[in-house]
Ligand binder design. Structure first.
Ligand SMILES: Cc1ncc(COP(=O)(O)O)c(C=O)c1O
Length: 331
């Protein structure tokens, strides 16, 4: 099996901003792009991206999941990075059109076509460390992906980092490469030192998120997760799972969750924890590692409610349950 995101469709949609206008969208080879070595993005990380999926339904139709919400976040990231404003309708059309061009290549469920819109500053100006790029480029790249859980659905090990942050607190809600770069060292250390799968960033004891997913605690009928603020990414999957949980009658609490409360609740036999994100949807967390101590979450295995919520979300994505919230866009 190839690694997630390492196979690409041969063409992508692209548009360039010249300081005044966006060029007409073109479909070009996805092999390469040409950039000036002084391009703003290469020096000052003026870049953001999105990750969303298109699914093949049994009737052969192709549906994109929560495209509007992802385009909205893309526009917000662009704005917070001082990049030129994108036209959300144009980006949405770029996404729909490039997926339509490759409908035959959209894998059957549980596979999907992963969609990666990207926007970055292109201005050749290495003196602009504290000035935004006047020019930019956006493209939409496609990558067919298989079943995330093909290797087996195993409960993850998370290292609790209760001092340091994933990224500066005003940047967490921006889906930008620099945030991932900032989190890399702690994640590499956690893998090497305690064989953790991920780091759960909890600066000053405030449970935020991992390097690439949001964190949810499920204790009986309660679902607890951090309330939205600027310090972490506002996951589209998080929003979808919370909505489905509310539909199921669960008590959804968006509020501050401390490491102390998390560890206290984790000890209860029925407790569950999960990571939410586009790639895995909802991945079970079995173990928390805190100051050298390993704490099982509930029974340390795969939680029942986690699987129930993931199955419900997959059913909507795959066209097996009614799309009552209007989350699917036809291609
Ligand atoms: C840091 C971070 N948090 C949360 C998420 C989950 O976001 P989404 O559900 O929109 O994929 C991601 C994305 O993949 C992420 O990179």
């Amino acid at each position: 099996m190839t690694a997630f995101g390492s196979v690409f469709m041969p063409e992508m949609a692209i548009s360039w901003f010249d300081g005044s206008n966006w060029s007409e969208t073109e479909v070009v080879s996805s092999d390469s792009i040409q950039l000036h070595p002084g391009a703003h993005v290469l020096h000052y990380s003026s870049t953001c991206f999105e990750g969303l999926k298109a699914f093949r339904h049994k009737d052969g139709s192709i549906k994109i999941f929560r495209m509007d919400k992802n385009v909205e976040r893309f526009a917000q990231s662009s704005q917070l990075l001082g990049l030129p404003e994108i036209n959300k309708d144009v980006t949405a059309k770029m996404i729909r059109d490039i997926v339509a061009r490759f409908t035959d290549e959209v894998p059957e469920a549980p596979g999907s076509m992963y969609i990666r819109p990207t926007h970055f500053g292109t201005e050749p100006a290495i003196g602009k460390a504290a000035v935004p790029s006047l020019t930019s480029c956006q493209y939409v790249l496609l990558s067919p992906v298989g079943d995330y859980f093909a290797g087996g659905d195993k409960a993850l090990r998370l290292l609790i980092e209760d001092q340091n942050m994933r990224c500066p607190p005003h940047m967490g809600m921006v889906k930008s490469g620099g945030n991932y770069a900032a989190a890399l060292q702690p994640i590499m250390h956690a893998r090497a030192e305690v064989q953790a799968d991920q780091v759960l960033f909890c600066p000053n004891g405030d449970v935020q998120e991992t390097g690439a997913a949001n964190f949810l605690l499920i204790d009986g009928n309660e679902l607890i997760t951090k309330a939205l603020d600027a310090s972490f990414l506002h996951g589209v999957t998080r929003d979808s799972i919370l909505t489905i949980a509310r539909d199921m009658g669960m008590d959804v609490q968006e509020r501050e969750l401390t490491v102390d409360e998390l560890l206290e609740r984790a000890k209860k036999p029925g407790c569950e924890a999960a990571l939410s994100g586009t790639a895995a949807v909802l991945a079970p967390v079995g173990t928390l590692i805190h100051h050298g101590q390993e704490i099982d979450v509930g029974n340390g295995g795969i939680g029942e409610t986690t699987v129930k919520l993931r199955t419900a979300l997959n059913a909507i994505q795959w066209g097996e349950a009614e799309d009552t919230h209007g989350w699917l866009t036809s291609v």
